[in-house]
Each structure stands twice: as structure tokens, then as C-alpha cells.
Design a protein around this ligand. Structure first.
Ligand SMILES: [Zn+2]
Length: 94
């Protein structure tokens, strides 16, 4: 048994733990501060101090994290597949 084989097991275990931790963290904290306005949600113009809402986050000051966006996309794909399947079943019954 060489050294590479002895390191693969612990490395995989650590990577799985990190992935599970990230998934948990995205489930509990789905939002992060907007990168453009740094979580404030608006900009002040330098001349008249007028307020302009951030275009990136629509003035909320927060955006979805990458892991949560991927999860939401997977849920949408799964839902559309199920709806198409159920629609086909309904059509077959007639
Ligand atoms: Zn923003």
C-alpha cells in the first residue's frame, strides 16, 4: 500500500464533511450581502444625495448564495419533470 492510497480515504471523508457543512449552511443562511451595494440596498448620488436602489438586489441588500441558487434550480427541474409526468398520466386515463 503506497502513501497515495492511505491518504485518499481521509481526504474523501473531509471533502464529504465540507460539502455537507456547506449544504447545511446554505439551508440555514440562504442569503449573503449584495456584492454591489455591500448589503445596504441603495446608493446615494454625490450631488443631491438622491437615493437610487441597487439594480443587482432590487434594494433588498441581499442575494442568494451560489449553493442555494443551485438547490433552487434543482427543485425547479424536479418539479417540472414531475408535473410533466403527472400530466401524461392524466392524459392516459381518459
Ligand atoms: Zn445590492
Amino acid at each position: 500500500m503506497n502513501t497515495l492510497d492511505s491518504l485518499t480515504g481521509p481526504f474523501l471523508l473531509v471533502m464529504i464533511l465540507v460539502a455537507l457543512g456547506y449544504a447545511w449552511s446554505c439551508a440555514v443562511y440562504p442569503y449573503k450581502a449584495c456584492r454591489s451595494c455591500r448589503g445596504v440596498g441603495d446608493f446615494r448620488s454625490p450631488i443631491l444625495r438622491a437615493i437610487r436602489l441597487c439594480r443587482r438586489c432590487n434594494g433588498t441588500g441581499r442575494t442568494l448564495r451560489a449553493g442555494r441558487r443551485a438547490y433552487n434550480a434543482a427543485v425547479r427541474v424536479r418539479r417540472s419533470i414531475r408535473q410533466a409526468r403527472d400530466r401524461n398520466r392524466r392524459d392516459d386515463d381518459r
